[in-house]
Design a protein around this ligand. Structure first.
Ligand code: DP6
Length: 325
């Protein structure tokens, strides 16, 4: 029984930055994201008794042995959950411009969890899928749902209360996310390594922990009331604060390049001239600009005129997991 699932990527407005348990992927803070309509992963899974190990192709190519083992370890968690004993064939197609700094791990693990559970002949609730996906990559817990999504950190040691929940469905509060590519270089410090170093060494990390809960409560209120300005101010503030923690890490690091700053400055300048938009940045140099559908084209045009900008990918609020066969 071959099953295929589609999951979309997401962009965090309140960042997940730090783990309290690295094996179970339990975070030190709750986070909130928008699921994106244009970027997704389609994954097919088929369990088969003739296989003596799991196989994995990405965009029709077999992956490296290290990558295969990583996926196989994740599939062990699916086997524990479903009771399935056989190995499986996994085929994944990424519709994500990974070069633009969009991690495909969120859509990837979310689609894999959904397809594998279904292929094993099991039904899972979205909450259970979120818990499973989380154990492949933390941000994947949020890609199970469409719209605006909160990943509640939970308190339990077994992680059974650490899952995502929809705050507002897609089609309710229309926002536009422009992914602004300034560099296609592979990032030097992956988010996993970056957040670990920050938690362990940055004296600014406590400041993050002390205030991120308040940011989340405020932005939820703004989103529910569809207050774009308030949401924008909070998401920009939260992104800058996350990046500030990395400067205090030892050894210190910064994900930005000079081009990143140029885009940030342009966003602030556009805002001053009445074109309302805000930025957020993940663990890399590229910038995501949040605006309203009405202003999207004008803002895209202005950003394109910057010589540091290589490409812009516009997105709107997208859907949650679905099965496509
Ligand atoms: C900065 O989910 O990629 O994008 O759980 O170690 O796989 P792992 O990390 P990952 O981290 C995402 C970090 C972030 C912020 C966010 O998406 O919330």
């Amino acid at each position: 029984m071959k099953k295929t699932a589609r999951a979309h990527t997401n962009i965090a407005l309140i960042k997940y930055w730090g783990k309290r348990d690295e094996t179970l992927f339990l975070p030190t803070n709750s986070s909130l994201s928008i699921t994106l309509d244009q970027f997704y992963t389609d994954t097919s899974v088929e369990f088969d008794e003739v296989l003596d190990q799991d196989t994995f192709t990405l965009n029709d190519q077999p992956v490296s042995e290290t990558e295969r083992i990583k996926i196989s370890k994740f599939l062990d968690k699916v086997r524990t959950f479903t009771g399935e004993k056989r190995f499986c064939r996994v085929e994944s197609i990424n519709h994500v411009p990974t070069a633009a700094g969009f991690a495909s791990s969120a859509s990837g693990f979310s689609a894999l969890a959904a397809a594998a559970v279904k292929a094993a002949g099991t039904e899972a609730t979205l909450e259970e899928l979120s818990i499973l996906a989380r154990q492949g990559s933390g941000s994947a817990s949020r890609s199970v749902y469409g719209g605006f999504v909160e990943w509640q950190m939970g308190e339990r040691e077994d992680g059974l209360d650490s899952y995502a929940k929809q705050i507002l469905p897609e089609g309710t509060f229309d926002v536009s996310v422009l992914s602004v590519e300034v560099s296609t270089e592979q990032k030097k410090i992956l988010s996993r390594e970056g957040m670990k170093r920050t938690v362990e060494t940055s004296p600014f990390y406590q400041g993050w922990l002390d205030t991120v809960g308040e940011d989340l409560a405020n932005i939820k209120d703004a989103i529910i009331n569809q207050d774009f300005t308030r949401m924008g101010e909070i998401l920009e503030y939260n992104a800058l604060k996350m990046h500030a923690t990395t400067l205090g890490a030892n050894p210190p690091f910064l994900y930005w390049q000079s081009a990143t700053l140029k885009v940030m400055e342009e966003v602030q300048a556009m805002r001053e001239s009445g074109l309302e938009c805000y930025f957020t940045i993940d663990a890399g140099p590229n910038v995501k600009v949040i605006t309203t559908p009405k202003k999207e084209k004008e803002i895209e045009k202005q950003l394109k005129s910057l010589d540091v900008v290589k490409e812009i990918y516009p997105c709107r609020v997208g859907p949650g997991i679905r099965y496509i066969d």
